[in-house]
Design a protein around this ligand. Structure first.
Ligand code: PEP
Ligand code: MN
Length: 341
């Protein structure tokens, strides 16, 4: 069984719960030690009745072990999470624009992208230095050198840096420099990586796997939450479909469903979802309209020479136009978004 405990219990109160459980002859495994702890309990004899466990002071709920995702659940938490990051309230009133290139390439490209992001009212500056490319013969990213360039340009423009971490080996290097870690679609179920990120305090944007159900997506988030890291942002980025006309199929209904199921903020990435520049702004507006908490948008000053994902990259002027539309839309859905100058 799973026990969820009341938030903010003292060490004494936790000890009393543990003592009481020992009297009832159950063993306790501590699964998550965040603000709202989750304990897995096991018993060699029959498990004590749920009412007995629920009656212990400090126990919030008693759930079956396959209850799903108690830490990510909106029903159990009761209200949406707001993740404070720099000046942003992610999941709160702010509609958040994260923009930047697919891959960090050169100082000039990063400078142009940072300027465009800033101008458009973006606060998060994305860019991959460790790239998960389908072919091993294509550009794999600049690695640590890219991270340093990204950090330097982000700082110069007062932007927060978000970058993908591909494996545990690179986690210390990415976590040292990035304000927000990104876990890509292909790594959504890389459980050792999720566990390692769960031990950090750094916010993380977790992208939905190419063929993952919502439940699998939320259970992947649960891995990070169960490690004690409560700052998880989900991102819909399209799922595989049978239709080669689009790179992926953007599951916008899922944004609405996820917001009913979880307290975690939900972003939308219309760039990878469509793979086509022309479709990015319409899908971005649709995402804002259905209640997404933010967007992840790829941009490039000269998409025709981009080293990855050029066909889906917005030009700086496209991003600025989209930002004006988001500023019109945001108040209609109860959000704040700065009007670009
Ligand atoms: C990315 O955002 O650069 C990326 C690789 O996205 P995804 O993991 O969604 O394919
Ligand atoms: Mn990309």
């Amino acid at each position: 069984m799973l026990l969820t405990l009341e938030p903010d219990l003292t060490a004494d109160q936790l000890q009393q719960i543990e003592d009481r459980l020992r009297e009832l002859e159950v063993r306790v495994e501590k699964a998550a030690a965040g603000v709202r702890p989750i304990w897995v309990i096991r018993s060699d004899g029959g498990e004590p009745p749920a009412e007995r466990l629920a009656a212990i002071a400090g126990v919030a709920a008693v759930l079956p072990i396959d209850a799903g995702f108690p830490l990510a659940s909106l029903a159990l938490r009761g209200r949406p999470s707001v993740i404070r990051c720099g000046p942003l309230d992610i999941g709160g009133r702010d509609f958040v624009l994260a923009a930047g290139p697919c891959a960090v390439e050169t100082p000039e490209q990063m400078e142009a992208c940072a300027l465009a992001t800033r101008r458009a009212g973006g606060v998060l500056f994305r860019g991959g230095s460790f790239k998960p490319r389908t072919s091993p013969y294509t550009f794999q990213g600049l690695g640590r050198e890219g991270l340093r360039l990204h950090r330097e340009v982000a700082d110069r423009h007062g932007l927060l840096m978000m970058s993908e971490v591909l494996d545990r080996e690179d986690l210390p290097a990415v976590a040292e420099l990035a304000d927000i870690l990104q876990v890509g679609s292909r790594n959504m179920q890389n459980f050792p990586l999720l566990k390692a990120i769960g031990r950090l305090k750094r916010p993380v944007l977790l992208k939905r796997g190419l063929a993952a159900t919502r439940e699998e997506f939320l259970l992947a988030a649960e891995y990070i939450l169960a490690g004690g890291n409560e700052r998880v942002i989900l991102c819909e980025r399209g799922i595989r479909s049978f239709d080669p006309a689009l790179r992926n199929s953007l599951d916008l209904a899922s944004v609405v469903l996820l917001k009913e199921m979880t307290h975690l903020p939900v972003f939308v990435d219309p760039s990878h979802a469509t793979g086509r520049r022309r479709l990015v702004a319409p899908m971005a507006r649709a995402a804002a309209a259905v209640g997404a908490d933010g967007l992840l948008v790829e941009i490039h000053p000269s998409p025709e020479s981009a080293l990855s994902d050029g066909p889906q990259a917005l030009l700086p002027e496209d991003l600025l136009r989209l930002a004006g539309e988001l500023a019109d839309l945001a108040p209609v859905v109860g959000r704040r978004f700065p009007r670009p100058a």
